[in-house]
Ligand binder design. Structure first.
Ligand code: ADP
Length: 765
């Protein structure tokens, strides 16, 4: 094997393979300049290029190369083009430790192993390389033309490797490998690997691209829809809506927390798909938050004289009620932070509870809102349903606050005595937390989720019966009772308030219709039966409406119309009720007194007896307590039969039947005790009871007479029925002061402690 000397160029970081060229530039002071000179002068331009050098002097594979061009540059540097020719083996390095001498090496040629089926391998390689580079943009296609005509695998591999392989270490491996078939195997392996990598990369790229594509697609579609809408003159509804909402939120005067919540929900809304049910839930919620009066306050007029004036102007009478309202407002003003009690107006329907509350609001300058809790059983009606429920809504408190349009309205809660509770929770306790000033600052509605401040609200409650107000609530209330009106009070209310109001509401001048007191009294007595004036107002309205219709239909031109008793029947039909038509005094019939939804009324009690075994039969829809009263009455008379000169056998050998008309109306309570006892006594002793007398009072087994409620109402009812004398428990004497003058003037009150006194009054008085 031939050996020869060659000057050596050592490369760092680059690899020169045979068949490839390398451009190098040398500094004029560089020692390698001498190597170039040496090659050009003594070695016929041949040179050895060593890409991997170590000082251990072990044999290495180098590339026998030839300097093709050598140009002296203006700066004194030399640029050379070196063409790699073939692999040679270094046997020895010379001048290794002589830093000033150019490096030389003794090399020998290498015999290249023969390759079987060289053309097949080349074809295969060409095919693979073509397929591979098709996907790689940075490899020039010109390489294909270079290799397509190359039939020598040894050369072929060296030509393609530097283009396809970029790793330095891998290039060195190619350099060291003498066998072309092994190099072609290496090459195939590398191509496969690269292809696989490329595929993986492509997959990732595709995935990323798809992601981008999807968002882009959505973006483009949205853009397109927007453009189409703009083209059609309708900008994206949702976008404009969101814009409007955002502006509204910015302007909304509310706690910071609410603003944050609103912005959060608006973003959710903006990003939601229109068709999703969630979208409308979010939208509704935003609307609720936006439309609640969070920080809207009206200015209170604290001039109590003006308030009193307004109450006087709008309501007749009710002097003590008005006085208590004024006192309440005065105390509330003085002690703003104190958890003062809440006004509760108690009285029968139509006595002006609602309209009084409205007048208070008007006088103070507060907005007014009314909510009825009658019939509420479920606390969620008050505090709302969670939004997760389909069709959920806030409770009535929040809904009413929205209607109120201010954060400090007068809030009327109606019919608190008609609430009940069931398994779904106790509405009373929810109501308590609404009313309590310490808790209601942070009132929480299930739907709204955020705290709402109710502490500035002026709550006013109403109820019909004091007894039916839940005890827990009663403790917190300042009860103001409004009882029914007497006929003459009603007359005044009609003249001063209701009639002018009704006439005005129907678009007429107040002097247009003339109605006499007698006619009004007739309406009161025969067309209405109530403690208040609601039905009365309705009847007056009916009359005025008919008058108006008549005028319009017949085109009548008149200045004044007179309503007398004769036309009354034409307008209102037949009389509905009859008072003062007293039945004759009878055996076994007694006037009790009741307090019903219509106010006070007489309650006739009838007793008959017939052959039997001393049974007590009770009819007329009597409640448990009233039935017990009847038993007590009978027992009392049995045990005192001698005192009342009764025949004991008559009691035991007969059945006693007690009936209280009107049979369909439910009656209950202990206050008919003495009336029941007297009715039984009258029947058994066969003595008439004067029908001018009425009685009210509870009876004990010992015959004691105990106090009753609703005396004012009952005495008003008695007055209407023409009663002249009422027997009442001595304990109720204090209530007489409150009775209207009309009642006091016309009725004599007899106060008793024991039933024996009643006997004296009725039969010997
Ligand atoms: P309630 O709430 O007690 O059931 P309302 O307040 O609805 O009764 O009263 C019914 C009607 O009677 C209203 O039009 C009201 O103005 C009128 N009214 C009641 N009491 C008076 C009164 N004292 N003076 C003037 N109008 C009255």
């Amino acid at each position: 094997m031939k050996k020869y000397n060659l000057p050596v160029i050592l490369l760092r970081g680059i690899v020169l393979l045979p068949q490839n060229t390398l451009k190098l530039e040398f500094d004029s002071k560089n020692i390698d300049n001498n190597v170039i000179d040496m090659s050009l002068l003594f070695h016929d331009n041949y040179i050895l290029v060593i890409s991997e050098y170590s000082k251990d002097n072990t044999p290495k594979i180098g590339v026998l190369s030839k300097i093709k061009n050598s140009i002296e540059l203006p700066n004194g540097n030399t640029r050379v083009d070196i063409q790699g020719l073939r692999r040679v083996k270094t046997l020895e390095f010379l001048n290794l430790n002589k830093s000033l001498e150019p490096l030389e090496s003794i090399v020998s040629d290498i015999s290249i192993p023969k390759v079987d089926k060289e053309d097949i391998i080349i074809n295969k390689l060409v095919k693979e390389i073509k397929a591979y580079i098709r996907n790689i943009p940075y490899i020039s296609n010109s390489m294909i033309s270079l290799i397509e005509n190359e039939k020598d695998l040894n050369k072929f591999t060296d030509i393609v490797v530097p283009t396809l392989i970029s790793s330095h270490s891998r290039l060195l491996e190619y350099l060291k490998e003498i066998d072309p078939s092994i190099r072609s195997e290496m090459l195939l392996k590398d191509i496969y690997q690269e292809k696989e990598l490329f595929q993986i990369e492509r997959n990732i790229d595709m995935k990323i691209k798809k992601k981008l594509d999807d968002t882009q697609k959505e973006y483009f579609l949205k853009e397109k829809i927007q453009l189409m809408k703009e083209e059609l003159g309708e900008a994206s509804l949702k976008d404009t809506e969101v814009d409007k909402l955002r502006k509204k939120i910015r302007k909304l005067s509310c706690p910071l927390k609410i603003k944050e919540r609103l912005n959060f929900e608006l973003n959710r809304y903006e990003n939601s798909i229109s068709s999703s049910p969630e979208t409308s839930i979010i939208r509704d919620y935003i609307d609720w938050l936006l439309n609640l009066p969070w920080n809207i306050y009206t200015d209170d007029n604290i001039d109590l004289k003006a308030v009193k004036k307004e109450l006087d102007n709008s309501h007749f009478g009710l002097e003590d009620v008005k006085q208590r309202i004024i006192e309440y407002l005065a105390v509330r003003q003085m002690s703003k932070e104190v958890n003062s009690p809440i006004i509760c107006l108690v009285g029968p329907p139509g006595v002006g509870k609602t309209s009084l509350a409205f007048s208070i609001a008007k006088a103070i300058g507060k907005n007014f809102v009314k909510m009825s809790v009658g019939g509420i059983r479920d606390e969620s009606e008050i505090i709302g349903h969670r939004r997760t429920y389909i069709g959920a809504n806030p409770g009535r408190i929040i809904s009413s606050m929205k209607k109120a349009k201010s954060n400090n309205p007068l809030f009327l809660i109606d019919e608190i005595d008609k609430m009940s509770s069931d398994y779904k929770g106790d509405p009373t306790s929810s109501l308590l937390s609404v009313l309590d000033r310490e808790q209601n600052k942070y009132f929480s509605d299930n739907y709204i989720e955020e705290d709402y401040d109710l502490s500035q609200v002026l709550f006013v409650l109403t109820a019909n019966y004091i007894e039916n107000i839940p005890e827990a609530l009663k403790d917190r209330l300042e009860i103001i009772e409004i009882s029914g009106y007497t006929e003459f009070e009603k007359l005044d209310i009609v003249k001063k308030h209701l009639f002018p109001k009704v006439v005005k509401n129907n678009g007429l001048n107040k002097d247009f219709i003339n109605i006499s007191d007698n006619v009004i009294l007739k309406i009161i007595r025969n067309y209405t039966k109530e403690a208040g004036v609601r039905e009365l107002e309705r009847q007056l309205d009916k009359i005025v409406r008919k008058v108006v219709t008549q005028i319009v239909m017949n085109n009548i031109k008149i200045n004044k119309i007179n309503i007398d008793e004769k036309v009354l029947e034409k307008y209102l039909g037949f009389e509905k009720y009859r008072y003062n038509t007293k039945t004759k005094s009878q055996v076994g019939v007694v006037n009790g007194l009741a307090y019903t939804v219509y106010g006070g009324d007489t309650l006739p009690i009838e007793v008959n007896y017939y052959k039997g075994q001393g049974n007590l039969i009770l009819t007329g829809s009597l409640g448990e307590v009233m039935k017990e009263s009847a038993s007590i009455a009978l027992s009392y008379l049995k045990s005192n039969y001698k005192l009342y000169k009764l025949d004991y056998d008559k009691i035991t050998n007969n059945d006693i039947h007690i009936h209280v008309p009107e049979g369909a109306i439910k009656k209950d309570g202990p206050s008919a005790g003495i009336a029941l006892t007297l009715a039984i006594l009258s029947a058994l002793s066969d003595k008439k009871i004067n029908s001018d007398i009425a009685l009210t009072g509870e009876i004990t087994l010992r015959g004691h007479v105990l106090a009753i409620g609703g005396l004012k109402e009952k005495s008003l009812g008695a007055l209407r029925s023409g009663i002249k004398k009422i027997i009442i428990p001595k304990e109720n004497e204090k209530d007489l002061i409150e009775l209207p003058k009309e009642v006091k003037d016309n009725i004599e009150f007899i106060k008793v402690k024991d039933f024996k006194e009643i006997y004296e009054v009725v039969y010997n008085g």
